[in-house]
Ligand binder design. Structure first.
Ligand code: GLN
Length: 478
């Protein structure tokens, strides 16, 4: 069976849902050991506990969830030793909604620990490998979801994006990654990293597959106070709008420094395709965008230090054995349960929130965040879409950046501003550099997900990049 889009799979699932499920299960059995994309694979029958599988608008569609979404009775680790044995008693809103729509759960995908990372190397369960080159990273933190979709182990997977964790791995693995507007999708049951930035989204082969999934996933949820009560448009129907007449602002900031020149060329080519499809291009510069990485690495750790305070070895999660007293129990459980990157973030976050530093760092970063959002809003007064590269380089080698956190952080330089501003954005495959995928990022105004999906769909209708498959993952019978 060749890779098929969601509409074709849904058609097939009407008559033979079991065959479609078996196809993906078989591929996971054959290929997962090569890329380590899944932390937990559901056994035959286990997935059937999902309510309403087979009915609904996504009836019979197999799906993989990032292991940050809690799943009732299915271990949810968040890529951490802290939660290595945690079996949640309830489903996240995203899991629940997709199950109601008829999706069948294939398993839980590998990720950077607590979604902190850009390479999937901080996972307690070992790194994920990029299907395009097994010596390279898939990106992170939703690296397991990206690798699973790219290698054809799942047609669609969920992810979360706090600073780029959907778009960056999608770009490095040659698939489509979509981050909705903050508040569009419920965060209920999504293990918190930085609550004001975290947003659930989708990794899939095409914009069309994203639209089908997003339609079932989006919507208001009273259990998440930041979820927005606003009708969900028909994203699938809106795909036909195309990109003709749209004004696209090219984010010239992204072409300045640090961008691999070959990646830059692919992105310029991709922009010309959009122009041919009827869009008009202009140059845009956002004056404060260069401050997004420093602002993010104050705010995200601050929020994480607070969110992760709940893992104390007492109520749930890892508990260190043989503690002398309560303070020792906290210290040892947290030192042994959390990996080094998570500890680095907690320490940074605690520092920037502490008395005497709060104003200098945290408050200042909040002000910068506001300026960045205002830059974007100003730009959207004159353009419909902002475009640029998703990442500065194609996938880098495993171990290449682990020694130097700052170099690692810079990998998200083009994606983080979008989270600080709360906007929707996607990455679509836009070419290869030395055989490795490159992503084009399209950013929309608040709640303009339909508009950027339609633009990506038009782009994908005129190009073949999203159809490319990593070599070595063909079906054995073909
Ligand atoms: N790479 C960024 C970080 O480590 C973003 C992670 C994310 O989006 N979850 O914080």
């Amino acid at each position: 069976m060749k890779p098929r889009g969601v509409p074709v799979l849904l058609e097939g699932a009407k008559s033979r849902p079991q065959a479609i499920l078996s196809h993906y299960r078989e591929r996971i059995r054959t290929f997962n050991s090569r890329i380590n994309a899944f932390i937990t694979v559901l056994a035959e029958g286990e997935a059937d506990r999902m309510p309403h599988a087979g009915g609904g608008i996504l009836g019979g569609l197999p799906i993989a969830h990032k292991d940050i979404f809690v799943t009732r009775d299915v271990r949810t680790t968040c890529g951490s030793r802290m939660l290595a044995d945690f079996v949640p008693p309830y489903d996240a809103a995203v899991v629940e909604r997709l199950a109601h729509a008829g999706c069948t759960l294939l398993g839980k995908t590998n990720m950077d620990e607590f979604a902190m990372g850009s390479s999937n190397e901080t996972s307690y369960f070992g790194p994920v490998r990029n299907p395009w080159d097994l010596e390279r990273v898939p990106g992170g933190s939703s690296g397991g979801s990206a690798a699973a979709v790219a290698a054809g182990l799942a047609p669609v997977a969920t992810g979360t994006d706090t600073g780029g964790s959907i778009r960056q791995p999608a770009a490095l693995c040659g698939i489509t990654g979509f981050k909705p507007t903050y508040g569009r999708v419920s965060r209920f049951g999504m293990i918190a990293f930085a609550s004001s930035l975290d947003q659930a989204g989708i990794l899939a082969r095409s914009a069309e597959d994203v639209a089908w999934t997003l339609r079932a996933m989006a919507g208001h949820d009273p259990r998440d106070s930041t979820s927005v009560a606003r009708p969900v448009p028909d994203y699938v129907e809106a795909l036909g709008q195309g990109v003709r007449g749209r004004r696209i602002g090219v984010l010239e900031n992204c072409f300045d420094t640090g961008l691999d020149p070959q990646v830059g060329e692919r992105i310029r080519d991709a922009l010309r395709v959009l122009e041919r499809l009827g869009a008009t291009l202009c140059d845009v510069r956002l004056p404060h965008l260069s401050l997004s990485v420093p602002a993010y690495y104050v705010l995200a750790p601050a929020e994480c230090s607070s969110n992760l305070a709940r893992y104390d070895g007492v109520r749930f999660g890892y508990r260190a054995p043989g503690a002398r007293d309560l303070a020792d129990l906290y210290r040892r459980s947290r030192s042994e349960g959390f990996g080094l990157e998570v500890q680095r973030r907690i320490l940074t976050g605690t520092y920037v929130l502490s008395h005497g530093y709060y104003d200098a760092y945290y408050l200042k970063a909040q002000r910068v965040r506001r300026l960045i959002r205002e830059d974007f809003l100003r730009a959207f007064k004159t353009v419909d879409i902002l475009a640029g590269p998703t990442t500065p380089t194609p996938a880098f080698r495993l171990g290449e950046k682990t020694e130097d956190p700052l170099t690692m952080y810079l990998n998200d330089i083009y994606t983080i501003g979008v989270n600080l501003a709360g906007l929707p954005a996607l990455s679509t495959p836009a070419g290869l550099v030395d055989g490795l995928p490159v992503g084009l990022q399209l950013i929309g105004g608040d709640f303009e997900e339909a508009l950027i999906l339609a633009a990506a769909h038009a782009f994908q209708g005129a190009t073949e990049w999203h159809r490319l498959e990593p070599p070595g993952f063909e079906d054995s019978e073909s």
